[in-house]
Design a protein around this ligand. Structure first.
Ligand SMILES: C[S@@+](CC[C@H](N)C(=O)[O-])C[C@H]1O[C@@H](n2cnc3c(N)ncnc32)[C@H](O)[C@@H]1O
Length: 381
């Protein structure tokens, strides 16, 4: 069975399901439907004058027609049909006169069934993105299982973080050394300072296999890129050769000439030119979605996180002077990271112990010319 359906069934089998439902969807079982006073006057007038057509015309404008009759939906859809069907109008009119005005009012103003109240509520909430995500197609939803994709453009990554050294649990399961970090952004174009991580020795050995006469490690990449330039200069001949079919030179001929003069182009034995890329000129590589930031083995708070992890996240997604919020700040790792990176911050926690530890850790940050600790403490009793 689909994971979400299974969860819903398990939940619906709990004893307090209906009470919970009522708390989540605050419908109004006792509330009555409003009836427009102007419209009600017209109904009264038609009733007094025994004007069947006018009576039905006005009653059909109400949310709830006072008689349950299989023809009503048709009449509602096609109001002209009242003129074409005098017998039906007379039959319904007869039942209405029998019922009397008070009963007509009471039946037409009956509260909406809970289901009918919930429907529009849902639509309103979804439109407002109250759930923090955009509505998604049913089949996409059914294909998720707690994964961070929810069809939302705001969900950018689910990141695996290695949080500790391998453990030897005495249980029939694999050791758990990872956390899952879900990376969402509020806007479609969030602040993004693309984090680069330095190459490891293995990276360098794998990616930069060649060594030049000065002992510098390098690799080569093609001098051309996909896409043909028909009339542009990067589609023309350079050193007597055109770029291969369907491709163009990466730079204009004079730039290629300059690179060649500087010894930055390597020519193969068969005369194919490639650009040299040196390891010592590259800052590093793009950060991927498996991270290793282990938490302290001797934390000052049970769930204290690695400071460098928080610094890394804050640096990537904010700039100096920006505001960082951690509404479950615990021992304040996020706040310390934000403070040290010259961001403004707000931390919230319900635990007195957490606040005590956070304050102590904040007070231990050495102040510098550029970063001075200055914060206000608000307590809700
Ligand atoms: C996982 S810890 C945060 C740890 C933090 N990142 C650190 O480095 O220490 C979660 C914190 O959320 C707090 N918390 C849980 N529910 C809360 C609530 N409803 N309002 C405020 N704080 C809450 C807990 O007291 C706890 O300190």
């Amino acid at each position: 069975m689909n994971y979400w359906i299974q969860l819903s069934i398990e939940y619906a089998n709990q004893r307090s399901y209906l009470d919970d439902l009522f708390r989540v969807y605050p419908t109004i079982p006792e509330g009555i439907r409003d009836i427009d006073s102007g419209l009600w006057k017209e109904i009264e007038k038609a009733f007094e004058n025994h004007n069947n057509t006018a009576l039905l015309e006005n009653l059909l404008q109400l949310d709830l027609f006072p008689i349950k009759d299989s023809y009503v939906a048709y009449l509602k859809r096609d109001r002209e049909s009242l003129k074409r069907n005098p017998a039906t109008v007379a039959r319904l009119g007869g039942r209405l006169y029998e019922m009397g005005l008070d009963e007509i009012y009471s039946r037409s103003s009956e509260p909406k069934e809970t289901n009918r109240q919930i429907g529009p509520l849902f639509k309103r909430w979804l439109k407002k993105k109250s759930l923090g995500i955009e509505p998604m197609k049913l089949e996409d939803f059914l294909n998720t299982k707690g994964k961070c994709n929810f069809g939302s453009k705001r969900c950018r990554n689910d990141i695996t973080r290695i949080k500790c050294n391998p453990k030897n649990f005495n249980r029939k399961a694999y050791g758990n050394v990872k956390d899952l970090i879900l990376f969402y952004s509020k806007s479609e174009s969030p602040t993004w300072n693309d984090p680069i991580t330095p190459f490891t020795e293995e990276d360098i050995a794998r990616l930069f296999k060649k060594i030049d006469k000065d002992g510098r490690k390098y690799t080569t990449i093609p001098l051309h890129a996909p896409g043909e330039t028909v009339s542009g200069r990067t589609g023309q001949e350079w050193q007597g050769m055109k770029p291969p079919k369907g491709r163009h030179w990466r730079s204009e001929p004079e730039v290629l000439e300059q690179l060649d003069e500087q010894g930055l182009i390597e020519w193969s034995a068969t005369g194919v030119p490639r650009k040299k890329i040196f390891a010592d000129e590259k800052e590093g590589k793009k950060m991927q979605d498996i991270w290793e930031f282990k938490d302290s083995q001797y934390p000052s708070y049970p769930t204290e996180k690695n400071l460098n992890l928080l610094k890394f996240i804050i640096k990537a997604s904010s700039n100096e002077g920006d505001l960082v919020l951690d509404c479950f700040c615990g021992s304040g790792t996020t706040l310390i990271a934000a403070q040290e990176l010259n961001r403004k911050w707000i931390g919230i926690d319900k635990s007195e112990q957490a606040i005590k530890v956070a304050k102590k850790r904040l007070s231990e940050i050495p102040s510098s010319l550029f970063s001075r600790l200055d914060y206000e403490m608000l307590v809700q009793k």
